[in-house]
Design a protein around this ligand. Structure first.
Ligand SMILES: Nc1nc2c(c(=O)[nH]1)N[C@H]1C(S)=C(S)[C@@H](COP(=O)(O)OP(=O)(O)OC[C@H]3O[C@@H](n4cnc5c(=O)[nH]c(N)nc54)[C@H](O)[C@@H]3O)O[C@H]1N2
Ligand SMILES: Nc1nc2c(c(=O)[nH]1)N[C@H]1C(S)=C(S)[C@@H](COP(=O)(O)OP(=O)(O)OC[C@H]3O[C@@H](n4cnc5c(=O)[nH]c(N)nc54)[C@H](O)[C@@H]3O)O[C@H]1N2
Ligand code: SF4
Ligand SMILES: [Mo]
Length: 730
């Protein structure tokens, strides 16, 4: 399919009435860090974006991506009015007509083939505004099991492990980086990503501070990353070797009696089963499978136990593995048995303005309630893994998805799907995209419903504070007034949900409908949540806060460091930390028994991912200042591997796996472990409405990953460790 032309309905001068030469207190919503910003607008243009020095969490830090907030706002390719497909083109349509037409078609599909033929995918940026909650509202209105999110190529393993160990998927402990004396980072590169699920804007400064106060930092990663460069020690684990590394460390802790017995007795159950599991997992036995020598395994264990405080922080490198849930579990276990759960400098639960950790046990959450049609995948968090989405659309039979909504997601780029999702979306009876770009995914949409730009949004993030390394909350003021007749995500999603309601509700007269929608305005809902939450005026009297305080602050409100609260929040029925859930122990035993899948059929290198400082998953490459230089889609390879294949730096090479191949330039570097290669995701934009991005070289690395290869417990795509071969392109 050729690139689709989008009519540009506004020129650069039409971005709504600007508040000239004013500096607005805002936040960057590109990643979880949500760094505080000062956005200066002059003559209708963003003229400056700086870190807000008063910000209570980011303290003035911003990464090079922050200026893209301006680039996105002014991007002439950003879709600014609702669009309807007519043949191979899009034409503008009014909001009312769009909702009416979409509503009619959604209801027709539902009437003909049932709710199961409706599907929805919710992507990553949903979590960076209040929109996410309204995405879940729409999901409820759809009443379909076919709900997918980017979480199933991301953090589901942490959530599943947290559910088993602490009783709720929301209870993922946060790394207390600002007070720890020993930080071990496993499969994360916060110097680039600024932390995820332990949200730490300015991570580099925070990591350096650990060492400045006499602590140590260890990075376990097959690549010598930007974070590894800041550390005292880099352990170049083999991709997928973490399970064995951690089992070996636990063996040392148990056999050398280095566990904190009082913490184990006070907080946990299952220690005997755990000890039994690791009895034979000696460092010598684990070393070849971890790719780490026995002495290193031993010293990592001893030093973790000996430190005044210590935290293992693990993230996406270990999630996107067949062993994702198991490794996540063992990280929680190691932190707990060394006495580092729920203590300063270890891992702790936050106390955010909306006390999700405390409410977690009451949240509706029924794992395994239903499966995909093949029966392979059980639901978790009331959703199915995204790797199965293409099958649910393409495989004939009852319950096949015929109408799909995507919200803030680009699954064609972000999910391993063998190109089938691309075909599948084109095959639907109806596809509606809530998005501001014509992407690899949304180019198939019958309707594109664009929200305002992030700089036109007024918002308070209530989700990200659940995982921040300090309790804070901040306000995002508008830098631009939204153009007339524009809608925010939450309004679009609510209007779509209304279309699925019984007739009296959906055919309310306009004024009544507007009143109904504005009654659930996120700022109103948030104001109520803040005042009734643990820091709120209603709970704490005059010392408590209200939304007005947050709004009036120059850089958010600081609510103090993390504090011990395990007893308050633990959600297991016996209120203890479960160290040895039966199915985890059984699965770990099976891994200890069985041989690893090794190089075969000429696929002799393991492919891992990498994030880049100026990329943001798939959708920042249309901002010219974010591309060029080192921000290119290349494959990293060790010099020994390059030499063995007769390849040289800069060559265009073909990377081939069982399911596909791509061609990219070769980047030879000693920073990567021999036997491993790395390619970033989110590239290859040829058939999109991104007129700059589509001129760039690069390819979609997910073309190489097999959708059938997943984390056993959650179906999370296991993209780290794919076996590939690399040859000269020819
Ligand atoms: N600049 C930038 N920042 C981002 C993003 C972005 O795209 N760009 N994306 C945001 C999002 S959505 C997320 S989820 C976070 C993710 O944040 P991080 O988890 O910090 O993400 P990565 O930088 O991909 O780090 C994963 C690391 O795991 C390593 N790894 C791969 N396989 C293995 C393995 O088997 N074992 C071990 N121990 N390590 C392994 C990789 O080499 C890599 O360094 O970042 C967020 N921040
Ligand atoms: N191979 C491989 N694949 C990966 C990863 C990896 O490490 N390796 N990482 C995975 C991870 S951690 C993640 S989170 C996923 C991300 O996967 P996705 O969430 O599917 O994709 P994104 O690239 O984040 O695309 C976001 C889309 O949202 C749109 N958008 C941006 N802001 C807004 C907004 O405010 N409102 C609306 N309505 N739309 C908006 C953008 O235009 C874009 O189309 O990718 C995953 N895919
Ligand atoms: S780390 Fe960068 S992209 Fe993430 S919020 Fe901060 S400035 Fe934005
Ligand atoms: Mo992510």
């Amino acid at each position: 399919m050729t690139a689709i032309d989008v009519p540009l309905t506004t020129s650069r001068r039409d971005f709504g009435p600007a508040r000239d030469s004013t500096t607005h207190v805002s936040q960057c919503t590109l990643c979880e860090a949500h760094c505080g910003l000062h956005v200066t607008v002059s003559g209708g243009q963003v003229t400056r974006i700086e870190g807000n020095p008063d910000d209570v969490l980011s303290h003035g830090y911003i990464c090079p991506k922050a200026t893209a907030m301006g680039g996105l706002h002014h991007d002439p390719d950003r879709v600014r009015t609702p669009l309807r497909r007519v043949g191979d083109r899009y034409e503008p349509i009014s909001w009312d007509d769009a909702f009416a037409e979409i509503g009619e078609r959604l209801r027709a599909v539902r009437a003909k083939t049932g709710s199961r033929s409706l599907g929805m995918y919710l992507g990553n940026p949903a979590a960076h505004s209040s929109g996410a909650a309204y995405g879940f509202l729409l999901r409820l209105a759809l009443r379909t099991p076919n709900f997918f999110t980017a979480s199933s190529i991301d953090q589901m393993p942490h959530e599943f492990a947290a559910w088993k160990v602490f009783g709720s998927n929301a209870l993922i402990p946060v790394t207390d980086i600002d007070r720890t004396q020993r930080l071990m980072i496993l499969g994360a590169n916060p110097a680039v990503s600024n932390g995820s699920l332990s949200i730490m804007p300015g991570a580099k400064r925070r990591i350096r501070a650990v060492r400045e106060r006499g602590g140590t930092v260890v990075v376990v990663d097959p690549r010598r990353t930007e974070t590894a460069r800041l550390a005292d020690q880099h352990v170049a684990v083999q991709p997928g070797g973490d399970l064995f590394l951690l089992l070996g460390m636990l063996h040392v802790l148990v056999t050398e009696k280095l566990c904190d017995t009082s913490a184990v007795a006070a907080q946990t159950t299952g220690f005997a089963d755990l000890s039994d599991l690791v009895a034979d997992a000696t460092p010598e036995a684990m070393a070849p499978r971890a790719g780490v020598d026995p002495e290193t395994i031993r010293s990592l264990a001893r030093e973790h136990a000996a430190a005044e405080s210590a935290a293992i922080y693990a993230r996406i490198g270990i999630c996107q593995q067949p062993t994702g849930t198991l490794v996540s579990w063992l990280v929680m276990v190691l932190n707990t048995v060394t006495g580092n759960l729920d203590r300063a400098g270890g891992t702790m639960f936050t106390t955010p303005v909306v006390d999700i950790p405390r409410l977690a046990k009451h949240l509706p959450f029924r794992p395994g309630r239903y499966t995909d049609r093949s029966g392979r995948y059980g639901s978790f968090r009331s959703e199915l893994p995204a790797v199965v989405m293409a099958d649910e659309i393409l495989t004939p039979g009852p319950g096949r998805i015929r109408a799909m909504i995507t919200y803030a997601g680009n699954p064609v780029s972000s999910i391993p799907q063998r190109g089938r999702l691309d075909d599948a979306l084109a095959d639907l009876d109806l596809y509606v995209a809530v998005d501001m770009y014509v992407t690899e995914t949304t180019r198939h949409a019958d309707y594109i419903l664009p929200p305002v730009s992030p700089l036109e949004r007024e918002d308070v993030s209530l989700l990200t504070p659940v995982f921040q390394v300090r309790n804070t909350v901040r306000y995002q003021h508008r830098s631009f007034d939204p153009p007339p007749d524009s809608l925010e995500d939450w309004e679009i999603l609510t209007r779509l949900a209304l279309e699925l309601m019984p007739r009296p509700l959906r055919s309310l007269p306009r004024p009544l409908r507007s009143r109904l929608v504005s009654a659930i305005d996120p700022l109103r809902v948030a104001a109520l949540a803040v005042v009734t939450g643990p820091h709120g005026r209603l709970r704490k009297g005059r010392k408590g806060i209200t939304m007005r305080d947050i709004r009036a602050s120059s850089g958010g409100v600081d609510l103090g460091p993390l504090r011990p609260r395990l007893r308050e929040v633990i959600a297991t029925p016996d209120r203890r930390v479960h160290l040895a859930p039966g199915d985890f122990v059984a699965a770990a035993r099976a891994h200890l028994r069985d041989a690893d899948r090794t190089a075969s059929d000429g696929y002799d290198l393991q492919l891992i991912g990498r994030r880049q400082l100026k990329s943001n998953n798939s959708w920042l490459h249309n901002v010219p200042s974010m591309t060029g230089g080192s921000n290119r889609c290349t494959v990293l390879m060790h010099p020994d591997d390059a030499e063995a294949r007769g390849l040289a730096d800069g060559d265009t090479v073909r990377v081939t796996s069982v399911v596909g191949h791509i061609e990219v330039p070769l980047d030879v570097t000693r920073d990567i472990r021999a036997g491993t290669v790395a390619v970033p995701h989110g590239w290859g934009h040829r058939d999109t409405g991104w007129r700059h991005a589509r001129t760039l070289s690069g390819a979609n690395v997910n073309a190489l990953h097999d959708p059938a290869l997943v984390d056993t417990f959650t179906g999370t795509a296991a993209v780290n460790g794919t076996w590939v071969s690399v040859t000269a392109a020819g």
